[in-house]
Design a binder for this molecule. Structure first.
Ligand code: IPM
Ligand code: MN
Length: 359
């Protein structure tokens, strides 16, 4: 029995997770996989019910589950709260508590969606990138942090960017291992020309590469250059390894290569524990209208089958079905183009399920 904790969260997180759950259940029946699902409030909806974005009980449940499937958190309603009790803080706490230190964000350009990108078709054609972002360290968690009043009446804001060797080593290994199963190239992103911590980053990644993964090509880019090369020669990237903040930024940039944030899943892996979630946010402006794209969430459950349960075939079934539905011209609003058929969130899920049943 595979225990999965479902945290739909806020906004469209709820709709897309429902659809993805429905696909997962049906796939489970088809392939005779025994899932046990449990749902809980998370993010803004947890703040409304319990005053905190994640309860101790939910953290416990997450730790005793085999995987967590998350929707999205946040919304204008909670934007003025203290950082400590904002929906986003719930997400950071969950990542930290589960030690989900390696965040995998694939950015794949589907042939049928090539023209949906804001970049020229010939530039994005064939792009298949895996961003591996460090997720439980760096400036997101470093101390000291905070805003203090100075004696002259001014305020001073501080955050700390720090990494230990161990933190860099473990996420590097994940990146190299993934590259080994792909095109055997890692591009490590840093700012070693300015920051001491990034000098340690570069040195450590270089050592792990040399000692443990000599068969994988390693390229180093400064983050500013990486941001540029990503839109200049996106096809030349295979695995991008970056720290928490650079990875946050570059993964959005990589996502835009594909045309829609609504398509991209993610996996956050730790020591045997994992969180799966779409890259997109809670999109409060379109929430509750059944128009959100459920594909990122559906592909996140495919990543769960692959990375948590080693069920590559089951994951492929989902991948293939998604490609099929796109090839047939069905689109949610975010990826709609003239000449295609616009469908809603639930209908997109139903179409994908129909393909899975046919396979
Ligand atoms: C992401 C998001 C989060 C992050 C926010 C919501 C805390 O942007 O998952 O990329 O910065 O990590
Ligand atoms: Mn982000």
């Amino acid at each position: 029995m595979l225990k999965i904790l479902i945290l739909p969260g806020d906004g469209i997180g709820v709709e897309v997770t429902n659809v993805s759950l429905y696909v997962l259940k049906a796939l489970g029946e088809k392939l005779n996989i025994k899932f046990e699902f449990e749902s809980a409030l998370f993010g803004g909806s947890s703040i409304d019910a319990y005053g905190v974005p994640v309860t101790v009980e939910v953290l416990k449940k997450a730790k005793s589950s085999d995987a967590v499937l998350l929707g999205a958190v946040g919304g204008p309603k909670w934007d003025n709260l203290d950082y400590e009790i904002r929906p986003e803080k719930g997400l950071l706490t969950l990542r930290k508590e589960l030690e989900a230190f390696a965040n995998l964000r694939p950015a794949v350009v589907y042939p049928s969606l090539q023209s949906a990108s804001t970049l020229k078709s010939e530039i994005v054609e064939g792009v298949d990138i895996m961003v591996v972002r460090e997720l439980t360290g760096g400036i997101y968690f470093g101390t000291p942090r905070g805003i203090t009043k100075l004696s002259n009446g001014e305020e001073r804001g501080v955050n700390t960017l720090s990494y230990t060797t161990t933190e860099i080593e473990r996420v590097s290994r994940v990146a190299f291992q993934i590259a080994r199963k792909r095109r055997k190239k890692v591009t490590s992103v840093d700012k070693a020309n300015v920051l001491d911590v990034m000098e340690l980053w570069r040195r450590t990644v270089t050592r792990i590469g040399k000692e443990e993964f000599p068969d994988v090509e390693l390229e180093h880019l400064y983050v500013d250059n990486a941001a540029m090369q990503l839109i200049r020669r996106p096809r030349s990237f295979d695995v991008i390894l970056a720290d928490n903040m650079f990875g946050d930024i570059l993964s959005d940039e990589a996502a835009q290569l594909t045309g829609s944030l609504g398509m991209l899943p993610s996996a956050s892996l730790g020591n045997g524990r994992a969180i799966y979630e779409p890259i997109h946010g809670s999109a409060p402006d379109i929430a509750g209208q059944d128009i959100a794209n459920p594909i990122a969430s559906i592909l996140s459950s495919a990543m769960m089958l692959k990375y948590s349960f080693n069920m590559d075939n089951a994951a492929d079934e989902i991948d293939k079905a998604v490609r099929k539905v796109l090839e047939k011209g069905y689109r949610t609003g975010d990826i709609y183009e003239k000449g295609t058929t616009k469908v809603g969130c639930q209908e997109m899920g139903r179409l994908i399920l129909e393909e899975i049943r046919k396979q």
